[in-house]
Design a protein around this ligand. Sequence first.
Ligand code: PBG
Length: 337
Amino acid sequence: MSKITTSGAYPYHRPRRNRKSDWARRLVRENILSVDDLIWPVFVQEGSGQETEITAMPGVMRRSIDLLLPQIEKAAKMGIPAVALFPQTPEHLKTEDGREALNPDNLICRTIQAISQAVPEIGIICDVALDPYTSHGQDGVMIDGYVANDPTVDTLIAQSLVQAEAGCDILAPSDMMDGRIGAIRESLEENNHINVQIMAYAAKYASAFYGPFREAVGSAGNIKSGGKDSYQMDPANGDEALREVLMDIEEGADMIIVKPGMPYLDIIQRVTAEFSFPTYAYQVSGEYAMIQAAAQKGWLDLDQVMMESLMAFKRAGATGIMTYFAPYAAEILTNNS
Ligand code: PBG
């Protein structure tokens, strides 16, 4: 039997009664969005005093570590629980095998160290994937034109350990290789990193909504379009997402991600209904770009559409949201409380 009941019909039930005033609406509200729900993805680049705006992401900056730190400090003060770091690797350090990912002194490791020193109260999430480091822009090692699964997993294990050693709190494998969660978990256990969490990009789709991100990390020129279809998921598939999520949970993930966000709300809903496991929606670069572009044209109200889009993730069942809007949304949430 359905949980949804009405014991009578109109006019005994007038759903508008519960909407008659602000206090009444607040009293029956089913979902709450709070600063605790927000994860802020940030872009970092080499140098000092450097700040570059991403063309298709108005308001989003890629910063050198010195300029990033005060921003992270501000985010922590507002109560944002965690940041996700994405590096722009200088072109001359990119190679076929992406070996810069394993350099303990690379940009991402230095960023982790700087943040954990300056802002120890914020959680640090790092992508585990090779695309910022490979000359071809793929997330793994290429053998005969194919992103080879098992050799890539070996490299991802090494990358995970390097980032864990640097002080990363949450490893977020975004590469979509098979078996990497179990392999990474095992090596964390063996190397005394038992409390490093894994936030698995379990259902990550081969999406054109990642376009602006690839500009931000400087991999756009390296990658051919459609180039990730052999490892990221087909946007036509829903059931398969449940199998991917189940595998990652069984392999030892602590949390999982569905990505992109808004076009895949059905997946978030199905995954959370099925597994009741900490599940995060990633409102990706292209979603941010769409909302900003329409707002800049005066076609949509930025604040309202942003908050509505974030609430939609909560309603779908998401535990939290990775969003480039995080600091701006936090400001609104703080001012309204
Ligand atoms: C790379 C990675 C991507 C994003 C996060 N990690 C891009 C990709 O898979 O090509 C996309 C994030 C965004 O678009 O905001 N492993």
